[in-house]
Write a protein that binds this ligand. Structure first.
Ligand code: ZN
Length: 315
């Protein structure tokens, strides 16, 4: 949920390119949104919307450090909602990849991994943020590495399933990220992705005012088309791609996200929430549902391991 991946080749420079689409490298980009400190461009070839110029990786890590604590505490309080949200994901995963080694990229506090372990998967996680990772390790006893996906340096084909929830949009290099995901999934293995939907109901209704564009942790904004492009360009075959509906949230979670969206007003918002605290104790329990807000994709790396061995050579 909070991982920013740092491609090894960029670690030294800690800067990202300001020219060309960060997914397909096309130079055919048009201005989509020009707001205070946040300019979003849209690629005319793959459709990806992304910040321009892309913030440096060091700046993204700084922002992540500043925002992870309120977000993490909200996650812990919303543990039940998260776990309920992940159950159908695990049902789906069990239908297509019933067992094996599973890596969750950007695993956060480890709720998904914990549930996946309960279903019999051999689980591990990676997350750049030490605080949620410590929760996953110390409280849930999970195998979680504090690093980027690149730093994990997993062997090729190491996992039967890789999940990456609400993380791809943090990465200044989604093409490199998808290539790395493809590399570490075994032939025939499965990738499961969620990310905010820039073509979802709320985003369409709000247009350029969509709060998704204000999320300071997010640098790219995927639609069904651009997510399809990202996964297929990496080599995956898409089995499911949809805008999902109805993730349950608490008011407290929503207000914490607002602090993130309106980051430049964060002191004002936090003070306001403090004043409203008695009301928040009641409102914080009110469940809300996100309408068609996230993309959900299931993809497979082509080729089952058996198919590597020619028919004639098999015993
Ligand atoms: Zn593009």
């Amino acid at each position: 949920m909070t991982t920013i991946v740092r491609p090894a080749e960029q670690a030294a420079a800690a800067t990202t390119t300001t020219e060309g689409c960060c997914l397909c490298q096309s130079r055919r980009q048009k201005l989509f949104l020009d707001a205070k400190q946040r300019t979003v461009v849209e690629c005319e070839d793959c459709g990806l919307r992304a910040l321009s110029p892309m913030p440096t990786l060091d700046r993204m890590i700084e922002i992540n450090e500043e925002t992870v604590h309120p977000f993490f505490s909200a996650c812990l309080e919303d543990e039940e909602s998260y776990r309920a949200y992940f159950e159908p994901k695990l049902d789906e995963l069990q239908r297509i990849q019933p067992e094996g080694r599973l890596l969750d990229v950007g695993c956060g506090a480890g709720f998904f991994l914990d549930a996946a372990r309960g279903r019999g998967y051999d689980v591990s996680g990676v997350d750049l943020s030490p605080v949620p990772a410590a929760h996953a390790r110390d409280r849930l006893g999970l195998d979680v590495t504090v690093d980027s996906l690149y730093g994990l340096d997993a062997p090729a084909g190491a996992f039967d399933a890789v999940t990456i929830f609400q993380t791809i949009e943090h990465d200044p290099n989604p093409d490199a990220l998808c290539a790395e995901l493809f590399r570490i999934v075994r032939p025939g293995g499965v990738l499961m992705v969620t990310t905010p939907a820039a073509d979802g109901f709320v985003a369409r209704v709000m247009g350029r005012r969509w709060f998704g564009y204000r999320n300071v942790e997010h640098v790219s904004f995927f639609s069904q088309d651009s997510l399809r492009h990202a996964l297929e360009a990496a080599g995956f075959e898409i089995e499911l791609l949809e805008v999902e509906h109805g993730k349950k949230l608490s008011m407290k979670y929503v207000l914490n996200r607002l602090i993130n969206y309106y980051y430049d007003h964060r002191t004002f918002l936090r003070n306001g929430l403090r004043v409203l605290h008695p009301a928040m104790m009641v409102l914080g329990k009110v469940p809300l549902f996100e309408p068609w807000a996230h993309l959900y994709a299931v993809a497979r790396k082509p080729g089952a391991p058996e198919s590597v061995i020619p028919e004639a050579l098999r015993a």
